[in-house]
Design a protein around this ligand. Sequence first.
Ligand SMILES: *[C@@H]1O[C@H](CO)[C@@H](O)[C@H](O)[C@H]1NC(C)=O
Length: 352
Amino acid sequence: MAMSNATQGAIILTVFLLPIVTYLYLARSQQKSSAGPLPPPTEITNIFIHPIKSCHGLTVRSARLLPTGLDLDRQWMWVTYPNYEFLTIRNLSKMTLIRPTYNAETDTLAVTAPAPDSIDEKLHFEIPAHPSSEWLSANTEVVNANIWGHETSAHAYSPSLTGPFNAFFGKEVRLVYKSPFSDSPRALVSNGKKSVLGRDASTIFPDLMPILVGCESSIDELNTRLQAAESLSIDVRRFRPNILVKGDKPWDEDRWKTIRITSKSGKDVFTSDVTQRCARCQVPNVDPETAEKHKRQPWDTLMKYRRVDEGIKYKPCFGMLCVPRGEGGMLELGMKVEVTEVTDKHRIISGF
Ligand SMILES: *[C@@H]1O[C@H](CO)[C@@H](O)[C@H](O)[C@H]1NC(C)=O
């Protein structure tokens, strides 16, 4: 007796498809639960801006969040001359002694550094913090700066302005600037590239992503270990985060996937993808106040228990790298930070 098409269909569905669909459904819910429940909301306790890459940072009460990162954060960088190759604390620890300060009234950035062979003399120059294109054409030239093997267009300041700093570096250098509204943006790489993130996004001169978020609970836990090992306690600013939050359980940020920041009035809401953990080098061994580099810590301690990312097994992780979704507004201390998605699938795509 021949079966009707409908009966055949029903049998195929039950015997073959149903188990597959059930399996997929279970696998998915398994996946969800293995990343765990969402943590409770936390809040912003500090905001840091580092106008010049690798130089001293500013502690601020508020900052404008742009798609490329916090306004004024890492929009400047020192480069070699004539190759325009980026310079960081990795090349020269004492770069942390270069101090930018921001004057909101005049909208200028004043930059100082200790003068060589002098105790109290300082090198000094001032530049507009938000230069107009007229100012830039009069005082800078467009060059291709090299950062982590990629070229990106930037404005190099005239040595008549920054020249005295050659003595600080012990060689000829240039300061370069890139606007957050550049028409040749520096596209994100690693987990921020379009094929992974799903959209075009860019930043200025951070190593990788626009924003680094750190948790107090995690730096406190690390300090407990450093105290026990070497009676040492370090300031979170060594890790150069932009946003510090209270945090929940130490290192719980490892699984954050999306965060939402809300102002007290509920008016301003920023959503940000958390693309990956931040794999660290030995920059945090440098005390930004003195520029002294500790021989072992916190690197040795971090290497013992913070090699937590499958994608980059020989580097310890601290902090989470974020890419804001779209235009922002003012971020302020005390704003609420909610983790809206968690994942157990974070894996750094290494290489620049
Ligand atoms: C500075 O250090 C970086 C990272 O270690 C390296 O890639 C670069 O070549 C160094 N630059 C110079 C001029 O030594």
